[in-house]
Design a binder for this molecule. Structure first.
Ligand code: AGP
Length: 613
């Protein structure tokens, strides 16, 4: 998953490209580069650097480049070939007349490379991408236009791509193409932008078109012509970009992750705003209204996702089964697609994805489509591929989430699952009173989240005690078991400390062997129907000298006698407790990582949107 930016118009492209890469840096940040064609002498220039975009920016500032109104740029998350300058994009042909940036994986790059090598092409990088630029170059040398060369070349390619290509021989256009990796075109007056997602377009234009798989577009400063790879003209719908610039800046926060944790007062409210029908005790979800009856009569509800979104699915499973009475199954998307899943048209399948671009989740969706299930998206990014390729769905409305570690998207996903549970439940056996209780508790969440965020200093002080921890164990029961998994994921992905989440009762079946005075154990232990059993687990850990942090109810004074640290949070109904109990765990992981001096927003080896399998 990399970030691609392109510009063609009247302005100098270089600052636009650099700013665009910074906006997309959460998609990949091990190396970056730009390739431009100067206005006067039509000179091509490429500058690449290892590391973050800011290092590329420094390099560009130290280089004198003529004004160039045509350029492409790329920030990389390495798949084939280690992070290095030579492997950074743009890649180019020997004569440096053709530049290309790519997001995705060319599966048959070895075959193509062998063929081109036989024709005398020399390869300088270890990447799969480089085969594309030489393939297109070989076709242009046979007299094909840039567009035709890309069309013919891509017909030989297997794999996924989002590409932008420019040529010194046709210095008035960019050719872009998409299959499996996102690309969006920003429409300006006398200028056009290309980007991997709309965050790079905000502030430049509010109009865009999203490319679909198998599409190729020739873009000049005044127009764009879209066609399929097999050369059929197509008409693209223009969309409005509704995100404002302030939504994607850090503001006064030191990190996007902290900003997004604190935004949860509003993002949770935005997720249910306008969707509560209190008098009927149900929810109004426009994106699934049309298929609501079919959904309510599903034989099974299947949920598929990766990472944090998979954890949201686990909470959704508890909610949906409790309130709709329909059997629910949750799958890792990456596993679902390799099983031979028994799925048919009586099943409804939700694909949960913050980015809406996760390759494994997209692939699972394609597999489910082949089996006629009702395909539903539960995404945060408007216009994302999963959202556009689903039959229906619900946007979670968390707002742009830039920090690689997902926080507000997770709590918004849970709000949406609660709304879906009420909507379907009220078409089945959920009473008006029970529906109204859930909705009232949803409306009460923002104030409770505000209270929890006031514990930030206390949580930071606790984090201080665990900066040198080597392991963490997270334990929870029922609705809070997925929260234990999510808390562990937050800790490991930003602090690089090994952490595991487990059902609290499972501890006796192995993990208890890990407990000693060096093992911090985090319990999610609100006063609910399984509280007494969790207290028993706490006592088992205490008896073995484990260091215990408990997320507990604010009116629970007993637990303090048993644990080393207690973080007291407001209560709510069981099904909504994960939305509250996860927030202290987000803050705990954040502060431990910051105190370890790590890059919280862009942790090593990770990227925000995993668009490769
Ligand atoms: C969560 O903090 C991680 N960044 C990661 O597990 C993420 O949830 C996963 O890659 C799925 O992403 P998606 O929701 O955009 O599909």
């Amino acid at each position: 998953m990399c970030g691609i930016v392109g510009y063609i118009g009247e302005k100098n492209s270089i600052p636009i490209l650099i700013e665009g890469l910074k906006r997309l840096e959460y998609r990949g940040y091990d190396s970056a580069g730009i390739g431009v064609i100067s206005n006067e002498r039509k000179e091509t220039r490429v500058i690449k650097s290892l590391g973050k975009v800011s290092l590329l920016e420094d390099k560009v500032e130290q280089t004198s480049i003529d004004a160039s109104s045509l350029g492409i740029a790329h920030t990389r998350w390495a798949t084939h070939g280690e992070p290095s300058v030579v492997n950074a994009h743009p890649h180019f042909n020997k004569e440096e007349t053709l530049y290309l940036v790519h997001n995705g994986i060319i599966e048959n790059h070895t075959e193509i490379k062998a063929k081109l090598s036989k024709d005398g092409y020399e390869f300088v990088s270890e990447t799969d991408t480089e085969v594309l630029v030489h393939l297109f170059d070989s076709l242009m040398k046979k007299g094909n236009s840039l567009l035709k060369s890309v069309q013919i070349g891509l017909s030989e390619v297997r794999g996924t791509y989002g590409i932008s290509v420019i040529s010194k021989n046709e210095p008035d256009k960019i050719v872009v193409a998409k299959k499996g990796s996102p690309l969006v075109i920003g429409i300006g007056d006398g200028e056009h932008y290309v980007a991997s997602d709309v965050n790079a377009l905000i502030g430049h234009t509010s109009r865009c078109v999203y490319l679909d798989d198998g599409e190729i577009v020739e873009i000049t400063k005044d127009k764009f012509v879209a066609s399929t790879i097999d050369d059929k003209d197509i008409k693209k719908e223009v969309h409005e970009i509704s995100v404002e610039l302030d939504k994607i800046s850090k503001g006064d926060y030191p990190h996007y992750m902290l900003k997004e944790i604190f935004e949860q007062v509003n993002s949770v409210r935005d997720s249910f705003r306008g969707r509560i029908l209190m008098s009927e005790g149900t929810a109004k979800l426009g994106g699934i209204e049309r298929i609501a009856e079919r959904l309510a009569n599903s034989k099974r509800l299947l949920l598929s996702a990766c990472g944090t979104s998979w954890h949201a699915g686990l909470v959704g499973e508890y909610m949906l089964e409790q309130f709709t009475g329909i059997p629910v199954e949750v799958d890792y998307a990456s596993e679902f697609r390799y099983r031979n899943p028994i799925v048919d048209r009586n099943d409804s399948m939700f694909f949960i994805s913050q980015s809406g671009e996760t390759a494994d989740t997209l692939a699972a969706m394609k597999e489910a489509k082949r089996r006629d299930a009702l395909i539903l998206g539960l995404c945060n990014v408007v216009g994302s591929t999963i959202a556009r390729e689903s039959e229906a769905g619900v946007y979670v409305h968390a707002g742009p989430e830039i920090g690689v570690a997902s926080t507000k998207a997770f709590t918004s996903q849970l709000v949406v699952f609660a709304l879906i549970s009420v909507l379907i439940g009220r078409k089945r056996h959920l009473s008006l009173i029970d529906g109204q209780e859930i909705l009232r508790e949803l409306e009460a969440l923002p104030k409770k989240i505000e209270k929890i965020l006031k514990l930030n200093d206390q949580i930071e002080a606790i984090a201080e005690k665990f900066v040198d921890a080597k392991n963490f164990l997270y334990l929870g029961r029922g609705y809070n078991f997925p929260v234990a998994l999510e808390g562990a994921l937050k800790m490991k992905e930003i602090s690089y400390i090994h952490a595991e989440g487990y059902p609290a009762a499972e501890m006796k079946h192995g993990p208890i062997a890990l407990i000693d005075e060096n093992m911090p154990v985090v319990f999610i232990a609100p006063k609910d129907s399984v509280y007494d059993k969790v207290i028993t687990n706490i006592e088992e850990v205490k008896a073995r000298k484990g260091k215990i942090i408990a997320i507990a109810s604010e009116n629970d004074n007993e637990i303090d006698k048993l644990v080393d640290y207690s973080i007291k949070i407001p209560d709510t109904i069981r099904m909504l407790m994960p939305i509250l109990s996860v927030i202290p765990l987000q803050l705990l992981a954040y502060h431990v990582a910051v105190k370890r001096g790590l890059n919280v927003d862009q942790p090593r080896n990770l990227a925000k949107s995993v668009t490769v399998e």
